[in-house]
Design a protein around this ligand. Structure first.
Ligand code: PMP
Length: 390
């Protein structure tokens, strides 16, 4: 089969992506030719620093901001920790209230939970009965104690798009002192991410979701926002992220953005076509319940890169392993890390019996219709085989 030439079908791009050839080349050339420490005062150090500053400019341009507002980190988990903990140390001394959504990634969810255990109060906004977030619910939650609001742009399990821009714009207009943070990991390079539209003070992104390498990320910090460092060490990254920067991974990040930034719209259209194709195929199968918001794949309420559905009565991990036996890699739709339930699907009021059977398929621009057809054939066979074994 043509789609199995690589040996498998990879449909788990929300978990991570394959580094592109040009990213690997950029990383390798940096490691061989440009291995100086960017803090060193000699030529090799300067060369490394220039490579890093080049990526800073590329990322800043992609979001319409100044390069000095971009800080390099080891990934979005670190960016989210630095944003939330760093803002809490600075701005959460007198005020103690944080607003967030009920569907955040563990790196935001557990960071905010840790702060709650230290005495902060937290309001977690849940979706409405249609599985959508209402901007007004976030705004109504503001109290005179609120100092921070953290909302993700594209939720990583079902692909719903949260109304971050609308919420942050309204909050900033009425309460300019509240710090706004956005986890934009699943949005960056997939839908437009412009700081001026979002009105984010802080925004997290990660390289490995866009064909870069694991271990590189960035945090946008609006000029004038003062974060307290969460690590102590040298003066790298304005002392906010001490430690020698991973210049090769950062160079790869820059290359990934360069490659992707001019094709956001065409890739978006391809993802819509793929998602529609998959939805139509799934509609032919029995016992499939769509957990993503599929009402209109072209609507601004859902990312076309992610489709979450349940195969009734077949638990996620059973189907996952069946698909794996057919060399198809997807993700279990309700788990965040290795089977631990994240609670995101239950926030959308998806019953536990269905959440336990959820599968997440996530596309890249390279996903083909043949791959999706092979997936659906495998699900159909899996369903027929496994349901009898129950
Ligand atoms: N936020 C979201 C929405 C994510 O999907 C992920 C990756 N699963 C992260 C944060 C964490 O990113 P990283 O792997 O770079 O730490």
């Amino acid at each position: 089969m043509e789609e199995l030439q690589s040996g498998f079908i990879y449909l788990d791009h929300a978990a991570t992506t394959k580094p592109s050839d040009s990213v690997i080349q950029a990383v390798a050339s940096c490691m061989t030719e440009c291995y100086g420490n960017p803090s060193s005062l000699h030529g090799l150090g300067l060369q490394a620093q220039l490579r890093m500053e080049h990526t800073r400019k590329i990322i800043a341009n992609s979001m319409g901001i100044a390069p000095e507002t971009i800080l390099f980190t080891s990934g979005a988990t670190e960016s989210n920790n630095l944003a939330i903990r760093g803002a809490s140390c600075t701005y959460g001394r007198r005020k103690k209230h944080i607003i967030t959504s009920a569907v955040e990634h563990a790196s935001v969810r557990n960071t905010i939970r840790a702060l709650e255990e230290q005495g902060y109060t937290v309001t977690r906004i849940v979706p409405d009965e249609n599985g959508q977030f209402r901007a007004q619910d976030f705004i109504d939650a503001v109290t005179d104690q609120t100092f921070l609001i953290s909302i993700m742009l594209v939720e990583n399990e079902t692909g719903r798009i949260l109304p971050v821009g609308e919420v942050f714009r309204k909050i900033k207009k009425k309460y300019p002192d509240i710090i706004t943070h956005c986890d934009a990991v699943q949005a960056y390079m997939k839908i437009p991410v412009k700081i001026s539209t979002l009105q984010a003070d802080l925004l997290s992104i990660s390289a490995h979701k866009i064909h870069g390498i694991k271990g590189a990320g960035a945090l946008y910090i609006r000029k004038g926002v003062r974060l307290t460092p969460i690590m102590t060490g040298g003066s790298q990254e304005k002392s906010l992220r001490p430690g020698t920067e991973s210049v090769p991974l950062i160079a790869g990040f820059g290359q990934a953005v360069t490659e992707m930034q001019n094709s956001i719209e065409t890739r978006f259209q391809k993802a819509i076509a793929n998602k529609n194709y998959l939805l139509n195929l799934l509609a032919e199968l029995p016992d499939i319940i769509i957990n993503s918001d599929d009402a209109d794949p072209e609507s601004s309420k859902n990312s076309p890169y992610i489709l979450n559905f349940s195969v009734k009565q077949i638990r996620s991990e059973i189907m996952l392993h069946y698909l794996e036996s057919r060399h198809i890699y997807v993700s279990s739709g309700s788990a965040c890390s290795k089977g631990a339930k994240s609670g995101v699907l239950s926030a959308y009021r998806i019953p536990d019996q269905l959440a336990d059977c959820a599968i997440r398929v996530s596309f890249s621009e390279q996903t083909t219709e043949q791959e999706l057809l092979a997936l659906v054939q495998a699900i159909r066979d899996g369903h027929a085989n496994l349901i009898h074994k129950k």
